[in-house]
Design a protein around this ligand. Sequence first.
Ligand SMILES: NC(=O)c1ccc[n+]([C@@H]2O[C@H](COP(=O)([O-])OP(=O)(O)OC[C@H]3O[C@@H](n4cnc5c(N)ncnc54)[C@H](OP(=O)(O)O)[C@@H]3O)[C@@H](O)[C@H]2O)c1
Length: 213
Amino acid sequence: MVLLQITINCAMSADGKIALKTRRQTPISNEEDKKRVHMLRNSSDAILVGVETVISDNPKLTVKEKYVKTPRHPIRIVLDSNGRTPSDSLVFDGKAETIIVTNEGCSKTFPNAKTIRCGRDDVDIPNLIPILERIGIKRLLVEGGSTIIWSFLRNRLADEVNIFIGSIIIGGERAPTPAGGDGASETLEMVPLRLKGAEVLGSGVLVRYEVVK
Ligand SMILES: NC(=O)c1ccc[n+]([C@@H]2O[C@H](COP(=O)([O-])OP(=O)(O)OC[C@H]3O[C@@H](n4cnc5c(N)ncnc54)[C@H](OP(=O)(O)O)[C@@H]3O)[C@@H](O)[C@H]2O)c1
């Protein structure tokens, strides 16, 4: 059986922030990186984000024809335990399939979207993985935000981490970083990475890591 390949991708500032201190989205990426991300999306079967990213950024999570001539329209997946995704979110625009993953206690349904119920409190990500494999997802792209990325890393579920470092400083103690959540409280809880490569992409740098499991 082919196991689900999971790649985390995010863009951070030179001081390690992925958004403003208000958690509002801000431009960090450049055209070269956007093209890379859209090609990465196109080579994935699904793109996953947390509900806070949908609420704060309202992303489409589609592949733009500007960057990829024949987009494949990967499935959009939102981890949303209690069904808080606003019904006017762009992920419900019908341009690609959308799945909202809630916990088992949530009965909310959404326009233009399927639902999966998984977990008692937060979405149970380790249990979600085999469900995604059964519906044919082989390559999953996790695009954030901070809390979701930590959940994947803490559970050692991601295979690769791609971080684009934009030439900008955001500053502030409260601005989110690539991996938020509870974080490691002991050295043993840190997530070891192996450097796979680094390259200059226009005005920024792309760094790629393998997650050591
Ligand atoms: N620069 C970038 O590349 C990039 C990309 C994406 C996002 N962002 C930024 O990231 C920020 C949003 O990140 P965020 O950390 O606030 O939120 P997030 O990671 O987008 O979403 C977190 C939410 O997901 C839900 N969730 C359900 N199951 C979960 C699980 N097992 N583990 C973790 N969360 C689970 C929880 O809400 P419930 O309890 O309600 O389910 C949780 O609060 C925004 O500022 C956005 O702009 C930046």
